[in-house]
Design a protein around this ligand. Structure first.
Ligand code: A5P
Length: 234
């Protein structure tokens, strides 16, 4: 555990339920992507059905579709100045609350929405907790289709092992019309340095490294939810 983190347990028995306390009447809410985020969206939809007034900003077409089916009003991102809270999942969480995201392919929109949010709440099971980012062996990187092989060579030069993500025999296409290179990696000792090196590569649109962004991590431990809160300077 690091100095800037406090840990406790919550009364709610599930992370999607626990996350509801961060969403109040009138909130603008960033809606993440993936299983954990979908469970949160469904729980939020139940509150909207009983009269809660919120506006959602979706991080993917899939989350927008789910929100619509639940009658959660969506607002265009460019029509709001700030997002009160974003709730999303993650693929890895280190003890400082740094994340790897993007196994679900929505990393770029997720990062833009998270960066515009006053609070980022992450929902994970304990299997996502790692001692060092990269421990699960994969870092998703979204790249422009143009010159993808050249971009992949730059990634290789950084010691990564990029593999194009495939879907039904073709390169996976993100909501932004780009591709994903899933970069084989071992534990990443210097994630800030790696992020800077990745962002300097022409053709890289975004990476799955979400460093010092999460304010709250809710961890499902059996029937209990552990709450980790991080102090961030914004
Ligand atoms: C989507 O691009 C991802 O960043 C997801 O948030 C992440 O993969 C966690 O997804 P699950 O909750 O489905 O594990």
């Amino acid at each position: 555990m690091t100095d800037n983190v406090s840990s406790g347990s919550a009364m709610a028995t599930s992370t999607p339920e626990c996350a509801q306390k961060y969403v109040g009447e009138g909130s603008v809410v960033g809606l993440g992507t993936g299983k954990a985020a979908s469970a949160f969206i469904r729980a939020l939809g139940a509150r909207v059905a009983t009269g809660l007034n919120v506006r959602g900003i979706a991080t993917s077409q899939a989350s927008a579709e789910l929100a619509r089916t639940l009658h959660i009003p969506l607002v265009e991102f460019d029509r709001v100045e700030a997002i009160d809270v974003t709730v999303d999942g993650a693929d890895e969480v280190d003890p400082q609350g740094n994340l790897i995201k993007g196994y679900g392919g929505a990393l770029v929109r997720e990062k833009i929405v998270a960066a515009a949010s006053k609070k980022l709440v992450i929902l994970v099971g304990e299997e996502k907790l790692v001692p060092v980012l990269g421990s699960r062996g994969k870092l998703p990187v979204e790249v422009l289709p143009f010159g993808m092989s050249a971009t992949a060579r730059h990634l290789q030069a950084l010691g990564l092992a990029p593999q194009p993500r495939m879907a039904e025999g073709k390169p996976f296409v993100t909501d932004n019309g780009n591709h994903i290179l899933d970069c084989g990696t071992g534990p990443i000792p210097q994630p800030t340095e790696l992020e800077a090196n990745l962002r300097a590569i022409p053709g890289v649109v975004g990476t799955g490294l979400f460093l010092t962004m999460a304010d709250v991590v809710l961890i499902q431990r059996g029937e209990q939810v552990e709450v980790r809160e991080f102090v961030r300077s914004r």
